[in-house]
Design a protein around this ligand. Structure first.
Ligand code: PEP
Ligand code: MN
Length: 345
């Protein structure tokens, strides 16, 4: 539930509404806006005496948010949320950031080469997993803390912001120490203990859609993070499992405008995991920008054929450079542009 105050409401009126919400056993969340304040009510609001609240001085209207997710809903917050993961790297408004890098951090040479290549081509953030969620326990599991240190080194060398995955609470603390944005992978989208933990950390979170998650499931997972007081959530479409084995996943382009209609949170697209096939990444990245994505995530490796994970869907650096050129043209066609970092590395 959301109590919208009139533009002429006095501070005392706002306080009285908050007191009443507290008296009824709920938590008030005042959200001052440019012209008026809205007060969110947190908790299971089915039993609230909203008729009484509606009659209090200064109250313009009471809005019952019908969606199962509340704070993630557009009704709760009509304007787009902008998540800034590092100075100038902003998702949700203005120029579109491109995040690129290998699936996994493998060595100092590999990550630095990848970082320099994607930086030169126009990426503003580097991705790369230090903690890898692999289907097989015998597959490469990532370099762990050493991987995070190498990402931090790459940031110092290139100025790129860092996005990297955490698979558990301890990992999230470590990622928060070394990186700018904590990625929660598809397999952990419904790891609620982890979602609550990153909610409490307060750092930007990139939350990927689960392998068979509905859009509703994705937004409810985001709600776990928001409910802990962390509004810095970026959502990501990365394909879902279907009956079709022609691609690794089915990249759900429609999810981009659907999520943007339902939620104020930025929605980015990962056509690498979305398709699983190198040859399909460029067309789907172009389509995602055309569809209005608030950012693009692409896997790029200096030598994809030798990659320790996801090589088949990973672009060669020159393919990525060409992709960025094409994305610039597509962004321009819809009145947008790609984000750039202040000065070349
Ligand atoms: C990744 O980004 O490398 C990754 C493991 O992604 P997802 O969780 O979408 O499979
Ligand atoms: Mn990957």
């Amino acid at each position: 539930m959301l109590v919208v105050m009139s533009p002429r409401a006095l501070p005392a009126d706002i306080e009285r509404v908050c007191d009443e919400i507290t008296r009824q056993g709920f938590k008030p969340l005042p959200m001052p806006g440019a012209t008026r304040t809205a007060i969110g009510l947190l908790g299971d609001d089915a039993k609230v005496d909203w008729g009484y609240i509606e009659g209090l001085p200064g109250v313009a209207s009471v809005l019952i948010v019908q969606k199962p997710f509340r704070q993630a809903a557009r009704e709760w917050k009509p304007e787009n949320t902008v998540v800034e993961i590092a100075p100038g790297v902003r998702f949700g408004e203005g120029p579109i950031p491109v995040v690129a890098g290998p699936c996994s951090v493998e060595s100092e040479t590999q990550i630095l080469e990848a970082a320099r290549a994607v930086r030169a081509a126009g990426a503003v953030a580097l991705r790369g997993g230090a903690f890898k969620p692999r289907s097989s326990p015998y597959a490469f599991q990532g370099l762990g803390v050493r991987g995070l240190e190498l990402l931090a080194l790459a940031r110092r060398e290139t100025g790129l912001a860092i996005v990297t995955e955490a698979m558990d609470e301890r990992g999230a603390d470590l990622v928060a120490e070394h990186a700018d944005c904590i990625q929660i992978g598809a397999r952990n989208m419904q790891n609620y203990a982890l979602l609550k933990h990153v909610g409490r950390l307060g750092r930007p979170v990139l939350l990927k859609r689960g392998l068979s998650a509905t859009i509703n499931d994705l937004l409810l997972s985001a709600e776990y993070i928001l409910a802990e007081g962390n509004a810095n959530v970026i959502l990501c479409e990365r394909g879902v499992r279907t009956f079709d084995s022609a691609t690794r996943n089915m990249f759900d382009l429609t999810a981009i405008p659907v999520v943007q209609k339902l939620s104020h949170l930025p929605m980015v697209a990962d056509p690498s995991h979305g398709t699983g096939l190198r040859g399909m990444v460029t067309p789907m990245a172009r389509a995602a920008v055309a569809a209005g994505a608030d950012g693009i995530l692409v896997e790029v490796h200096p030598a994809p054929d030798q990659a320790l994970s996801d090589g088949a869907q990973t672009l060669f650096p020159d393919q990525f450079a060409e992709l960025v050129r094409q994305l610039r043209a597509i962004a321009a066609a819809i009145g947008r542009e790609l984000a750039t970092l202040p000065s070349p590395a």
